[in-house]
Ligand binder design. Structure first.
Ligand code: NDP
Length: 327
């Protein structure tokens, strides 16, 4: 495994990490979740990603049980939670980035994960209903109280991230250290263009999500519709409809042919492509089977096959390179 600094922090995060969205406490049995964490940890993964909303708290509960059973040294891993959506409650006080919910969400996540502090705590989405000052102060105070080590954002605009930094500077508070955006071959604008300045100015770290675009970039949907995947989970029809579209599959078929020429499997090519971006601190992997994770965890080994020439060819096939503004 290789490790990166998370943005300008001194925290060393593994370049590949493991997330639990849709899998832990939902799609997979708890013993499979434990196998996945074992495989990841044995490969040097030190970051496990979670959120209050994942399976409405159940994902954190399952991860907490595994962490307790394994009894790994607390200084050997990084664990996160994210607040905003709540853990299922529908009352107005049970969500958002206001002080009440952030404090309560942090306490609840620590309890479910069975840890004394969260290494990373994310604001899962921006909250138009809460002044940014309140959110920054709340996160700063959680850090001062020793309940959180680093705080960050997820799917915030560059402007919103900078507003948080301006507030932090004005009051001498700790600002956000990292952002969790979607990033993969089919979804590039935020990471490649929108944040391009703030990597340099505030030293933003990124923990990127859905590197396989929910699995379609593995190539397994190219010609067939395999069952028992996340797209067959009841209630996730929206995810299937957004992803299993002919336009995307057409591109992925061409990419799969190219991957074959290179002698790299399609999942590894897609992950290695994300790793090539120097502004990506860690790629959060998702898996519903041990074999999937065993495959993607070896993606670092093929990054050196992605030469400039190969990247250019990939760019040609993708045909979606985001443009930087020229003014
Ligand atoms: P991916 O896009 O990589 O999708 C993972 C899924 O792809 C797996 O669960 C599996 O699905 C399939 N897959 C994985 N490896 C293989 C393989 N080798 N061959 C074939 N299929 C494979 O990542 P996720 O969408 O799961 O996101 C990763 C993490 O990012 C999440 O767990 C979460 O922690 C975080 N996240 C954060 C969000 C945010 O808003 N901050 C939003 C979404 C995710 P299947 O069971 O269908 O085979």
């Amino acid at each position: 495994m290789e490790y990166n600094r998370l943005g300008k922090t001194g925290l060393q995060i593994s370049r590949l990490s493991l997330g639990s969205w849709l899998t832990f406490g939902k799609q997979i049995e708890n013993n499979i979740a434990a196998d996945l964490m074992d495989v990841a940890y044995e490969h040097g993964v030190n970051f496990f990603d979670n959120a209050e909303i994942y399976s409405r708290g159940e994902s954190e509960r399952v991860m907490g049980e595994i962490l307790k059973k394994r009894d790994w040294r607390r200084d050997s891993y990084i664990v996160s939670s994210k607040a905003f959506f709540g853990d299922g409650g529908q009352l107005p006080t049970q969500k958002g980035l206001n002080r009440k919910h952030l404090v309560e969400a942090c306490e609840a996540a620590m309890k479910r994960l069975k840890v004394d502090y969260l290494d990373l705590f994310f604001c899962h989405r921006p909250d138009k209903q809460t002044p940014i000052e309140e959110t920054v102060w709340s996160m700063h105070n959680l850090i001062q109280q020793g309940k959180v080590l680093y705080w960050g954002t997820s799917e915030w605009s560059a402007q919103e991230i900078m507003e948080a930094h301006m507030v932090a500077q004005r009051y001498n508070l700790i600002g956000p250290s990292m952002e969790q955006p979607q990033y993969n071959m089919l979804h590039r604008q935020k990471v490649e263009v929108e944040y391009s300045q703030i990597y340099k100015t505030v030293g933003l770290g990124t923990t990127i999500w859905s590197p396989l675009a929910s699995g379609i970039l593995s190539g397994k949907y190219n010609d067939t519709a395999p069952d028992a995947t996340r797209f067959s989970i009841e209630g996730l029809e929206w995810l299937k409809e957004a992803n299993l579209v002919e336009e995307k599959l057409k591109v992925i078929r061409q990419l799969s042919d190219f991957a074959k020429e290179l002698g790299i499997s399609m999942p590894k090519l897609a992950i290695a492509w994300c790793l090539k971006n120097e502004n990506v601190s860690t790629v959060i992997l998702g898996a519903s089977k041990k074999t999937q994770l065993e495959e993607t965890l070896t993606s670092l080994e093929v990054v050196n096959k992605l030469t400039d020439e190969v990247m250019e060819k990939i760019e040609e096939v993708l045909g979606n390179q985001p443009q930087h503004p020229t003014f």
